[in-house]
Ligand binder design. Structure first.
Ligand code: UD1
Length: 374
């Protein structure tokens, strides 16, 4: 049976999850080329195009150019732009990944048009409804037909929310598929100029990423975090590729940072792996980086009070550091008491998740397809 799959990507953390699904679909002989929709939620060269190039993603079949706006406006723009595309393409299924506004918006449009939806990276819950991503996760899962889960907590969360076990599949993590794929090719792609220079200048360093609205939109929280980072930087230089949201809030603070905190432009995927893969420690409020650090065994302190990815704490390298100066410093010192590299990796984080997802999807779609009359 030949099923046309429509894949949706919108923001930076989507692109590395889509790439392995496209590779796995192309590797099968029984599927037409996937139809790729890029909503344009992220649109800058550094937030979008560099990832398409480096990850070998095809040019999107549809680019919706929605851009930045408030949550309501952005979500609505994605929905109204996506609906005609879906009606024209008539895919067998829409595959959405992660927890950004594009994920929810496209899942909602598809489910209202009775097009089945597969959610990849389903079931994660922080329990914190002030996070926009938590709302996107809960709602996307509620309307998806198939829920592909990265870690055991996802199975528990979805069972608690009453989802039938027959629609939930623990398959591993497409983002880790992509990481392992790229790490195997890193030698062929030497670091770019900024990354190479910093690695040469600093034999030991930590890597920082900060972009959550809760951390960077409040100048008080941002100042508390910066105080901790500047204290750490007196011992270990820190390199931080800066997200556009953070850059504008740092400018509002209007003060110089300790010279041990080195800010760079946001980096492409490979440069960033070159950088954090060799770091002493990562300090981050990203969701995905907690998992990538665990997969490569790099120490990680998460600059949040909670995580929707608890396997990174129970089985991985992650420690919750909170957002106060003291709690971050305490977590940093605890992390340094641990081995520099851990070898433990959660179950099914083996580079094969995308293949498993497609295997299941094709079977499920076959089962739903109208049977030819005898
Ligand atoms: C979004 C996701 C978040 C993800 C993050 C990764 C939602 C609700 N949030 O948050 O889950 O972790 O992406 O980056 O979907 N901007 C640019 N260039 C771009 C894109 C954005 O300059 O290409 C600027 C704009 O000023 C924009 C701001 O960054 O207003 C924030 O972008 P937005 O997509 O609204 O949210 P993120 O904070 O990036």
């Amino acid at each position: 049976m030949s099923h046309k799959l429509m894949l949706v990507a919108g923001a930076r953390p989507n692109f590395m999850k889509i790439a392995p699904l496209i590779r796995a679909a192309n590797a099968r002989g029984d599927l037409p080329p996937v139809c790729l929709v890029h909503t344009g939620q992220h649109y800058d060269e550094g937030m979008s195009e560099v990832f398409f190039r480096e990850l070998g993603l095809p040019k999107p079949d549809h680019y919706l150019a929605v851009g930045s706006a408030s949550h309501a406006v952005q979500t609505a723009k994605i929905m109204t732009a996506f609906e005609p595309v879906l009606l024209a393409e008539k895919p067998a299924c829409v595959v959405v990944v992660g927890d950004v506004n594009s994920t929810l918006a496209c899942a909602l449009v598809a489910s209202k048009l009775a097009v089945p939806v597969a959610h990849v990276e389903a079931g994660l819950r922080s329990g914190d409804r002030t996070m926009p991503e938590e709302i996107n996760r809960v709602l996307t899962d509620a309307i998806s037909d198939w829920l592909f889960v990265t870690e055991p907590s996802g199975l528990d969360n979805l069972a608690l929310e009453g989802r039938a076990a027959s629609s939930v599949f623990h398959v591993g993590h497409v983002m880790i598929d992509n990481l392992l794929h790229e790490v195997a090719r890193l030698q062929e792609a030497p670091p770019g100029e900024t990354c190479a220079r910093l690695k040469k200048e600093l034999s030991r360093y930590g890597v920082v990423t900060l972009h959550r609205p809760a951390n960077v939109d409040s100048l008080e929280v941002l100042s508390n975090i910066l105080r901790a980072l500047e204290t750490i930087a007196t011992d270990l230089p820190l390199i931080s590729p800066v997200h556009p949201r953070t850059r504008s809030n740092l400018a509002k603070l209007g003060r110089e940072l300790h010279p041990g905190v080195v800010l760079t432009e946001s980096l492409g995927y490979r440069d960033f792996v070159h950088l954090w893969g060799d770091a002493e420690i990562i300090l981050t409020d990203s969701g995905g980086l907690q998992e990538e650090a665990t997969a490569l065994g790099v120490r990680c302190v998460t600059l949040r009070e909670n995580t929707e990815r608890p396997v990174t704490v129970t089985e991985g390298t992650n420690i919750l550091g909170g957002v106060t100066t003291d709690s971050i410093l305490a977590a940093y010192h605890t992390a340094l008491t641990r081995a520099r590299r851990s070898q433990r990796r959660p179950r099914l984080w083996d580079g094969q998740a995308a293949g498993r997802i497609l295997e299941i999807l094709v079977k499920e779609l076959d089962a739903r397809a109208p049977k030819p009359r005898a």
